[in-house]
Design a protein around this ligand. Structure first.
Ligand code: ZN
Length: 455
């Protein structure tokens, strides 16, 4: 008995399960075998549709491909009738004029919502001048995961209720009507655990007032200055990209474990923040800094820690912090680092994403050894309890990086392990030379790793 006979003897419902675990393109290829296989294909409950992959014999004529893809999806959904569906993924990256007709997309989304879809993933990039509007009914008792993107508008045909939703992702999606739609949406998702949000390029509401008692992970990226009020009592992971001029009015993040702060920088501000008049900028983020002062893991982008330095705000103590990750770049100083190190008495792991930074007597703190390193022997590192030092982007051919490494080894008294990842794999790190450098902690090991360091 050959393998084909063995498979053909399996019952239809089992074959449907097997096809549901394949890509839709692979599953669809079986439908040409016989009428039975066509019926089995109709029972597939996971659909993964990508207009550049799902249809067979894709052609150069993009408009023709879109027509064929539209016909394929529409016929498939008709074939499936009202059968239940678990996952529906639709991806398309085409201009609206030559690509998918929004009316078809809307009918497909409505179809699977009515059939009780559990995981709905719509990621379509509409590139036309006029954003299409989808009228949807987000009243679902089954939806657990929802991802919507991007550059289209959602209009609701009735109220929102997503009582089973655990993961929500909104990428550059606008909502017709209520300006506080996202806040309202969060309040209607009672078991939501993860929210990923990217603001659209259109100006939305200035005041962002969001709360959720169930949320555990939050990643948000804003394009414009906003006034933020957050109340997430069970949030453990928080990542934010905010714009200059943003205000954090009221932030409650009592259970936070890890925070990642990134600051958006527009063209033209690079010069301003690089030089001495950066102090003119007032970054009203003290509420945010205070709200995250109980975290165990903290990542600061290069712009965030430089603006903290110029803002002259008083930093709180970070008594719980055990891991601090610092992003570094050539135009940004390390002025805030001595204060950050001093205010982290229990810090065990210090991570540098690159060592290059702006070298001046004003913007170089005593964490580095590049300014008068021979004469200036005092450093905040001498009282630090850091055990593990991780450095990615180390430049073996840079005298500045070598001097900074020399400074770290000479000052950190509790160091047990140094992990180094080279910026250029073609320039291997001379570990034997590093091992000859004087070390405040003589038994510390130095390890060269070849992959990106953990964050
Ligand atoms: Zn320096």
């Amino acid at each position: 008995m050959d393998a084909q006979d063995t498979i053909s003897r399996l019952p239809d419902d089992l074959l449907g399960h097997i096809l549901s675990s394949l890509s839709t393109k692979q599953a669809a290829s079986t439908s040409v075998l016989s009428k039975r296989w066509r019926n089995v294909f109709a029972s597939v409950y996971n659909l993964d549709l990508y207009d550049r992959e799902s249809i067979r014999e894709a052609r150069q004529d993009w408009r023709e491909n879109s027509k064929r893809f539209t016909a394929f999806v529409s016929n498939l959904l008709i074939l499936q009738g009202g059968s239940s569906i678990k996952k529906f993924t639709l991806k398309s990256h085409v201009g609206v004029r030559d690509g998918l007709d929004p009316a078809h997309v809307q009918s497909w989304i409505c179809n699977v919502l009515e059939r009780g879809v559990v995981d709905l993933d719509i990621f379509i990039t509409f590139l036309g001048k006029i954003q299409p509007v989808f009228t949807l009914n987000l009243m679902s008792e089954t939806l657990v995961k929802l991802r919507l993107g991007r550059w289209f508008i959602i209009k609701l045909c009735q109220d929102v209720s997503l009582p089973m939703l655990r993961k929500l992702s909104l990428y550059s999606v606008d909502f017709d009507g209520d300006s506080n739609f996202v806040g309202k949406l969060l309040s209607r998702c009672y078991v939501l655990e993860e929210f990923d949000f990217e603001e659209s390029v259109k100006h939305g509401p200035v005041q962002i007032q969001w709360s959720s008692p169930s949320l555990k992970r939050l990643r948000i990226r804003f394009n414009y200055a906003r006034e933020f009020s957050f109340d997430f009592p069970n949030l453990s992971f928080f990542e934010i990209l905010y714009d200059l001029g943003s205000k954090f009015v009221d932030v409650k993040l009592d259970s936070l474990v890890e925070a990642r702060l990134n600051h958006r920088l527009h063209y033209g501000e690079i010069w301003v923040t690089t030089y001495r008049n950066a102090g003119l900028f007032h970054v009203d983020s003290i509420h945010l800094i205070n709200a995250i002062s109980n975290v165990r893991v903290l990542h600061l982008s290069s712009v965030v820690h430089e603006l903290l330095y110029f803002s002259s705000q008083e930093l709180p103590m970070f008594d719980s912090l055990v891991c601090l990750s610092i992003e570094s770049e050539r135009k940004r100083g390390w002025g805030i680092l001595p204060l950050l190190i001093k205010n982290n008495p229990n810090l065990e792991t210090l991570i540098f994403k690159g060592l290059k930074h702006r070298l001046t007597s004003r913007t170089c703190g005593d964490v580095c050894g590049c300014i008068n390193s021979v004469f200036n022997r005092s450093s905040c590192l001498s009282t630090s309890r850091v055990k593990v030092l991780e450095i990615s982007g180390y430049r073996e051919d840079s005298i500045e990086d070598l001097n900074t490494m020399r400074h770290f080894l000479a000052k950190l008294p509790c160091l047990e392990l140094v992990k180094i990842c080279a910026a250029n794999i073609k320039v291997p790190i001379d570990i034997h030379h590093l091992l000859t450098l004087p070390r405040a902690s003589p038994n510390c090991k130095i390890q060269v790793i070849h992959q990106k360091t953990s964050e």
